[in-house]
Design a protein around this ligand. Structure first.
Ligand code: FO1
Length: 315
């Protein structure tokens, strides 16, 4: 069964690790957010692409969910001595990824080509596609002015109030090669439990992607990243509240109402079933909190079973 997943970083990768272990990873295509990308030290850094790749390669730092396990930071320490910014913790081995990607792109390769080269070198079998080859940096409007997403999240520790979110240049961006084609042909499309505003939002904002998902709505299932009014990972809950949304599963369901027929919520949120079904979506209750590897695999099995049993309404 051809499966396509829409993914941000750490939250998505937990589920994707489970999925790649319970299904043939060669049948899996992952479309990854690149709104988090940033240029630092002259290097093109794509955190979500790398988080997904390192996780599936089994080399990710399992405590942070990003960077390599057992990483060292000698180059960053030296850069700091030169007065270069060191708030974004780039490890020595991780820097090699960014040097390689930047060198490829400087010689004319696309971000997709660089991502493909990195995933092949790390032995990842699932296809990993950036949402777009054009830069679409996510910008956060705050009382301190506009901040690049990493400046907001990492440098400012998500402290400034979020007044608005924009995806710079998204109107001119095009889906990367293979993105629309994979969505057209997939038997199952899964929206991973990622922040709907700044992980899935940028993917949906690339012209053509939301429209394509609308046409495939019956084959789209989303896993809710909000459980019991809190985010599974990162600042989604705070961002939703600051932008005037309810911090609830129903609130995320509403954002996906037009593109997704099946919405998976945690047992904690069973009380929201009716509100979600009133949106014309099927609410399915499964354990979505993934701590151990067995939780990741179980949620992946549950999702596959929902598609196989036609519970999703997929044709
Ligand atoms: N997140 C942090 O909170 N602090 C860091 O210093 C940091 C460095 C970093 C380096 C490479 C990379 O691929 C990711 C990194 N992240 C860091 C994670 C990342 O910024 C976010 O988790 C994602 O952008 C959100 O998906």
């Amino acid at each position: 069964m051809e499966i396509v997943a829409l993914a941000g970083g750490v939250g998505a990768s937990k589920f994707l690790l489970g999925l790649s272990r319970v299904t043939d990873p060669r049948e899996l295509t992952i479309i990854v957010n690149t709104g988090d990308d940033i240029v630092l030290h002259g290097l093109a850094i794509s955190p979500d692409l790398d988080i997904v790749t390192y996780t599936l390669a089994g080399v990710v730092n399992s405590e942070t969910g990003w960077g390599f396990t057992g990483e060292t930071f000698h180059a960053l320490e030296q850069l700091a001595r030169f007065g270069s910014p060191s708030w974004f913790h780039l490890g020595d081995r991780d820097l090699a990824t960014h040097i390689h990607r930047t060198a490829m792109m400087r010689s004319g390769a696309s971000l997709s080509k660089a991502a493909e080269s990195i995933r092949q070198a790390l032995g990842v079998q699932a296809k990993i596609l950036p949402m777009s080859d054009q830069p679409v940096p996510t910008m956060i409007q705050t009382p301190e002015g506009r901040l690049n997403f990493q400046e907001y999240l990492v440098q400012r520790r998500a402290e400034p109030e979020v007044l608005g979110i924009s995806f710079e240049g998204v109107e001119q961006a095009r889906p990367a090669r293979g993105v629309l084609e994979s969505l057209e042909h997939a038997a199952a499309i899964v929206i991973c439990p990622s922040n709907p505003l700044i992980s899935i939002g940028p993917i949906l904002a690339v012209p053509g992607i939301r429209e394509k998902l609308r046409k495939r709505r019956n084959n789209v299932l989303a896993i809710c990243p909000i459980v019991g009014g809190k985010s599974l990972k990162g600042p989604s809950d705070r961002m939703l509240a600051q932008l005037g949304f309810d911090v609830s599963a129903g609130s995320v369901a509403r954002m996906y109402q037009d593109i997704c027929a099946t919405f998976v919520i945690d047992p904690v949120d069973a009380g929201e079933t009716q509100a979600i079904e009133q949106l014309g979506m099927k609410a399915i209750i499964r354990k979505t909190v993934m701590n151990a590897l067995k939780d990741k695999e179980q949620l992946a099995r549950d999702v596959l079973e929902l598609f196989a049993s036609k519970a999703t309404g997929a044709a």
